[in-house]
Ligand binder design. Structure first.
Ligand SMILES: [Fe+2]
Length: 239
């Protein structure tokens, strides 16, 4: 599939545990392009005590990436976002710009710890929705309290959350249990976004094109188009 939008990746170099340098970042960009990606929202981590990325550094790397892409004449549109680890001052940080939303929209990519229990996740989502944000839960398949009870996903969607899964999880590259959970989510139509969550060009590479092909095969072209293009374009268009 050509024209995929990857809305979750760690390609901007030197900010978090993603690309180590520009050489790696450029290889990751080329891999994304080869997978059929034509638009990317970069989502460096923000996590208190781990990755307290100064958003001015993220903007600087983002601007450098944009000029590099322009120089290389690469037909790839890019935007800046953030994968924000859930924390108590999250709304405050979003309002002050210490954490960025996705492509200057109201969408926020939020991740939790695997140790977070369901009430904690639910309360944070409620808080974000109440503050007029649109939370996208990053790789929902990573949280045991949700994997053990898939109905929890429905509850979160009804609360106003959007659901993202990683391409690798759906492809079965994590574990069979995770693959099964993701496929159940897909059949229930509880997935809004699929991202690569690529971190490097060796181990955590982008398989988003491979995943899109599989989704298209299992669910049909219009479903795949909705997940890999229409929904992420709503972020970019601030819909
Ligand atoms: Fe990530």
């Amino acid at each position: 599939m050509i024209g995929i939008v990857d809305m979750h990746c760690h390609i901007l170099p030197g900010l978090d545990d993603g690309a180590k340098n520009w050489n790696v970042a450029w290889k990751m960009i080329q891999r994304e392009y080869d997978q059929g990606v034509r638009r990317i929202i970069f989502t460096p981590h923000y996590r208190e005590r781990y990755f307290e990325v100064d958003q001015r550094d993220a903007v600087r790397q983002y601007n450098q990436m944009r000029s590099l892409l322009a120089r290389m004449n690469m037909k790839l549109r890019v935007h800046l976002g953030c994968e924000c680890h859930s924390h108590d001052r999250m709304v405050e940080h979003l309002q002050s710009g210490e954490c960025l939303t996705m492509a200057q929209s109201k969408y926020v990519l939020i991740e939790f710890s695997s140790a977070h229990n369901f009430p904690k996740i639910r309360n944070r989502i409620y808080e974000l929705v109440k503050s007029d944000y649109k939370p996208i839960i990053a790789h929902i398949e990573r949280y045991p309290c949700i994997v053990e009870d898939i109905e929890k996903v429905k509850e979160l969607i009804e609360l106003g959350a959007y659901i993202q899964v990683n391409a690798d999880s759906l492809l079965g590259l994590e574990s069979n249990r995770i693959k099964k959970f993701c496929r159940q989510l897909m059949k229930a139509d509880w997935i809004h976004f699929i991202g690569s969550d690529t971190h490097d060009c060796v181990d955590r590479i982008s398989n988003i094109g491979k995943c899109a092909k599989m989704v298209e095969h299992k669910m049909g072209v219009s479903y795949a188009t909705r997940i890999f293009y229409d929904n992420p374009m709503k972020i970019v268009r601030k819909e």
